[in-house]
Write a protein that binds this ligand. Structure first.
Ligand code: SIN
Length: 539
C-alpha cells in the first residue's frame, strides 16, 4: 500500500449518525474545519433504525422530572452507571432536543398540540418523544443530514488507523477511499462516532455497518474500553424462523402502549417477574423471554398488540415489517425473540467525550461515558448521541483554543500507526472469518453465558485467527470484529456474576463484590485485548 492522497482538517469525525453529525455541525459552527468520514452511505448507520424515540424531560408532563429520569436510568443500569454522568447528560437533554428541532427534526404532536410521549421499558413516566410514529431515528438522521449539507463528507471511506505523533497525540487518520486507495487526513483531532458492534452476533437489530470499528481504532491507538461485556439484547425483534443478519425491531413502545408478552400457550409470563411486568427494563424482559423459551422448548414468544387502537398509524414501520412477513398484528400476536441490539460499554471517555489519548474523542454508542452502566435505559441512546456530540464539538474547540495542534506526522509514526504511507507494509493484525466469530459469540456470549462456554468460544476464535493486512472495508471490519470478540469474551469471562445484560448461568446472582466495578480492557504488547483493571464507579 502507498499513500495515494492526503488532506487536512481541524477535526475529522468518523461516523455520520446522530453523535457524529451533531458534533460536525456544532464544530463547523464554532469555526473549525471539519471533515466527516463514513464507510458507507451517509445514513447507513444505526441511527436511522432507531424506532422508539428520544427519552427527555421537556418539563410539560405533570409528575415527571429530570430527577425521575435519572433515577430510572440508574435503576436500569444495575449499579454500574456513573451518577454524575447520568445527571449531567440527562439534564442537557432538553436543550439538545430543542437544537435538533431547530435543525429541522419534526417530532409527533399529541392531540393537544404539545409533543406526543410514549413509554418504554424501565421508564416511570411517558417521556419518550417520537417521530413518524416509530421512525424516530430516520427523522433524526434526515434532519441532521439535511443540516449538514454543506459540510465536507467522504462517503465510502473506511478508517484504518489513528495516527499519532512521537508524543502519542493524534496527528492524523489513515483511510482507504472508495476506490480502495490509502490516504491520510492530517488532523490534531479525531472524533470516533462509529456506533456499536451488534454484528458480532448472527442475529441483531443493527445494520451491517455495526462492526465495532471505532473501538478497535481506539484500542490500537492506546485508549481503553470498558463495560464491553454488557451487550444489550432487545427483547422483541420479529421472529420469522431461524435467520441471520439485521432483524426487524418491534419497538418497546408497543408494550409501552399496552401490548403484552405471551408464551406459546397464550400465558402472560412477565407478571411477577418485575413490578413493571411487561415494561420492566430491557435486560429483565430479554432474560425472561430467553428463560421461557428454554422452559417451553420454543423458538419465539408472542407480543399481543390486538387491543391497541390504530396500530398501523401509530407503528407504521413495525406494521410494514409484520405484513411483509405475512403477519397481521391487528388480528394476531406478533412472534418475537431477543436479538443483539446495543453496546452499553465502549471507549472510555470523560463527560466531555475525551479519551485518554490526546486529540482522540468518542461519542455515541461507541463510547462509554457511564450513562448506561450494565444496561441502557430505552431511548437514552439518541439522547446521549445528541448531548455528547455537542459536547465533543465544544471539547475539540476548547482544546484547540488551549493549544491542541497538528502533531508532526513523521515516517516512524506512520509506520507505528499502521499506514504504509511511506511505502512500508502496514502491520498485520489478527483477523478471523466473520461467520466463525458470529457463531462463536451467538452460541456462547448471548443471554446466558458460562465460563466453559466463553473459554471454548475464545478458543474457536483463536483457532480461526490469522495475521493479515486489511486491504479493504471487509478486512477492516473483520479485524475489528475479531478484536471485539476477544475483548468481550475476556471481559465476560472475568465478571463472575450476573448483572444487567451480562447473564451468567454459572454465576446467576448479583455479587456485591462487583458492585461499582467496571472492567477496563486495553491491548497488550502483542495487540491482544487484556482485562487490565477494575475502575471503581462512584456511588
Ligand atoms: C425501541 O424502540 O424499542 C428501541 C429503542 C432503544 O433502543 O432505545
Amino acid at each position: 500500500m502507498t499513500a495515494g492522497w492526503s488532506a487536512a482538517a481541524d477535526l475529522v469525525v468518523v461516523g455520520s449518525g446522530v453523535a457524529g453529525l451533531t458534533a460536525a455541525l456544532d464544530a463547523a459552527a464554532a469555526g473549525l474545519r471539519v471533515v466527516v468520514v463514513t464507510k458507507d452511505a451517509v445514513d447507513a448507520g444505526s441511527t436511522r433504525w432507531a424506532q422508539g424515540g428520544v427519552a427527555v424531560v421537556v418539563g410539560d408532563v405533570p409528575g415527571d422530572s429530570v430527577e425521575a429520569h435519572v433515577t430510572d436510568t440508574l435503576e436500569a443500569g444495575g449499579g454500574l452507571c456513573d451518577p454524575a454522568a447520568v445527571t449531567s447528560i440527562i439534564a442537557d437533554g432538553p436543550a439538545a432536543v430543542a437544537r435538533l428541532r431547530s435543525r429541522g427534526a419534526r417530532f409527533d404532536p399529541g392531540p393537544d398540540g404539545r409533543l406526543a410521549r410514549t413509554r418504554e421499558g424501565g421508564h416511570s413516566a411517558f417521556r419518550v418523544v417520537h417521530a413518524g410514529g416509530d421512525a424516530t431515528g430516520a427523522e433524526v438522521e434526515r434532519a441532521l443530514v439535511g443540516a449538514a449539507g454543506g459540510l465536507p463528507l467522504l462517503t465510502g471511506h473506511v478508517a484504518v488507523d489513528v495516527l499519532r505523533d512521537g508524543h502519542g497525540a493524534v496527528a492524523g487518520l489513515a483511510l482507504l477511499d472508495d476506490g480502495g486507495r490509502p490516504g491520510v487526513l492530517r488532523t490534531p483531532a479525531v472524533l470516533l462516532a462509529t456506533g456499536g458492534y451488534g454484528q458480532l452476533y448472527s442475529s441483531t437489530t443493527n445494520p451491517e455497518t455495526a462492526t465495532g470499528d471505532g473501538i478497535a481504532l481506539a484500542l490500537r491507538a492506546g485508549a481503553t474500553a470498558a463495560d464491553l461485556e454488557f451487550v444489550q439484547f432487545h427483547p422483541t425483534v420479529l421472529y420469522t424462523g431461524p435467520a441471520v443478519g439485521r432483524r426487524p425491531l418491534v419497538t418497546e413502545a408497543v408494550r409501552g402502549e399496552g401490548a403484552v408478552l405471551l408464551d406459546r400457550a397464550g400465558r402472560r409470563f412477565m407478571t411477577g417477574v418485575h413490578p413493571l411486568a411487561d415494561l420492566a427494563p430491557r435486560d429483565v424482559v430479554a432474560a425472561a423471554i430467553t428463560r421461557r423459551l428454554a422452559e417451553t422448548g420454543t423458538s419465539c414468544a408472542y407480543l399481543d398488540a390486538r387491543a391497541l387502537d390504530g396500530f398501523a398509524r401509530r407503528f407504521p414501520t413495525v406494521y410494514a415489517a409484520c405484513r411483509a412477513a405475512g403477519i397481521d398484528p391487528v388480528r394476531e400476536p406478533i412472534p418475537v425473540t431477543p436479538a443483539a441490539h446495543y453496546s452499553c460499554g465502549g471507549i472510555v471517555t470523560d463527560a466531555q467525550s475525551r479519551t485518554a489519548v490526546p486529540g482522540l474523542y468518542a461519542a455515541g454508542e461507541v463510547a462509554r461515558t457511564g450513562l448506561h452502566g450494565a444496561n441502557r435505559l430505552a431511548s437514552n441512546s439518541l439522547l446521549e448521541g445528541l448531548v455528547m456530540g455537542a459536547r465533543a464539538a465544544r471539547a475539540v474547540a476548547a482544546d484547540r483554543a488551549g493549544g491542541l495542534q497538528q502533531g508532526h506526522l513523521h515516517a516512524t509514526s506512520l509506520r507505528e500507526g499502521g499506514l504504509a504511507a511511506t511505502g512500508a507494509a502496514a502491520p498485520a493484525v489478527p483477523i478471523a472469518e466473520r461467520g466463525v466469530v458470529q457463531r462463536a459469540m451467538s452460541g456462547a456470549a448471548g443471554i446466558g453465558r458460562d465460563g466453559p462456554g466463553l473459554a471454548a468460544a475464545s478458543d474457536a476464535v483463536e483457532a480461526a485467527t490469522v495475521l493479515g493486512v486489511p486491504i479493504d472495508r471487509a478486512g477492516v471490519e473483520d479485524a475489528a470484529l475479531t478484536l471485539l470478540a476477544q475483548a468481550v469474551l475476556a471481559a465476560a469471562g472475568t465478571r463472575t456474576e450476573s448483572r444487567g445484560c451480562h447473564v451468567r448461568t454459572d454465576f446467576p446472582a448479583r455479587d456485591d463484590g462487583w458492585q461499582r466495578s467496571s472492567l477496563e480492557v486495553g491491548l497488550d504488547d502483542r495487540g491482544r485485548p487484556v482485562v487490565r483493571s477494575e475502575r471503581t464507579v462512584a456511588a
